[in-house]
Design a binder for this molecule. Structure first.
Ligand code: NDP
Ligand code: 8X3
Length: 252
């Protein structure tokens, strides 16, 4: 029988590429996101390759997430891999210039949304058991602070520590948990972060050979199909052209 993937944020970027990757392998897919037109188009595209359940879902809507999970039926309820991918950054300003509303939206999506989906699906995943995998999409931003990263960095640090602590609690269930922490990757992420600024998008990726969503999809596929006795706790992936900045000293 085919395995089931539940993925949040399947309407663009990493999530879309993951849906295509797992769908091409014949997995059953629960694809979620807020943009219904994109979910429908993806479900149409994958028809014939796999069974697809498109669910319009805002991960910040706790009641909607709980209700959607409770309504799942086989094979979609037998979740073998969960990719907690939905997330966003808003703004690049220094903390003192930031809009508090943006901070709260990042926390609501990247932290509260991710925990809501995880909490709702844990019984299903534990029931599926050995070899089941939760992949949480963290970020280099959770490891390395940078100017203007403020709350986004904080949310991704949460994702990493939550992933480790989840592993502790799931000991003996056979369920794996991985924190996948990409660096510079080309997607609508930068348009969302900059309020749709195409110039900023071009400047971010120009000449940098960024990671592509398909690279992350292949990495997720690898994580989900490793031998059952292996758990990758955390995997940080950067574009080859991206490295670390030097520590800053503000001199007199
Ligand atoms: P995209 O903007 O292309 O995709 C983000 C996805 O998240 C969309 O499908 C969007 O769907 C979904 N989403 C956002 N908010 C919500 C919400 N409230 N409820 C449900 N779905 C939501 O960006 P990426 O693919 O790059 O980002 C995916 C993840 O990877 C994020 O968690 C991001 O922080 C992380 N990441 C990105 C990196 C990058 O450089 N691009 C690097 C490291 C990590 P919709 O709008 O339809 O709801
Ligand atoms: C996205 C990568 O470096 O823009 O998580 O924070 S970065």
């Amino acid at each position: 029988m085919s395995q089931t993937l539940f993925i949040t944020g399947a309407t663009s970027g990493f999530g879309l590429a993951c849906a295509r990757r797992f769908g091409s392998e014949g997995w059953n897919l629960v694809i979620t996101g807020r943009r219904e037109d994109r979910l429908r188009a993806l479900a149409d595209e994958l028809k014939g390759q796999c069974q697809v359940l498109p669910l319009v879902l805002d991960v910040t809507d706790t009641d909607a997430v709980k209700a959607a999970v409770a309504a799942l039926e086989p094979p979609f309820s037998e979740v073998y891999t969960l990719i907690n991918n939905a997330g966003l950054a808003l703004g690049t300003e220094p903390a003192q210039d930031c809009d508090l509303e943006n901070w709260h939206r990042m926390i609501d999506t990247n932290v509260k949304g991710l925990t809501t989906v995880t909490h709702s699906l844990l019984p299903n995943i534990i029931r599926t058991g050995k070899g089941a995998t939760i992949i949480n999409i963290g970020s280099v931003a959770g490891h390395w602070p940078y100017p203007g990263g403020n709350t986004y960095c904080g949310t991704k640090a949460f994702v990493e520590q939550f992933s480790y602590a989840l592993r502790c609690d799931l000991e003996g269930t056979g369920v794996r948990v991985s924190n996948l922490a990409p660096g510079l990757s080309e997607s609508e992420f930068t348009l969302v972060r900059t309020g749709g600024n195409r110039e900023a998008y071009d400047a971010t990726y120009a000449g940098a050979e960024p990671i592509q969503p398909e690279d992350i999809a292949n990495t997720c596929w690898w994580l989900a199909t490793l031998p059952h006795h292996m758990n990758i706790n955390s995997l940080e992936v950067m574009a080859t052209r991206q490295t670390w900045g030097r520590l800053s000293i503000h001199r007199e």
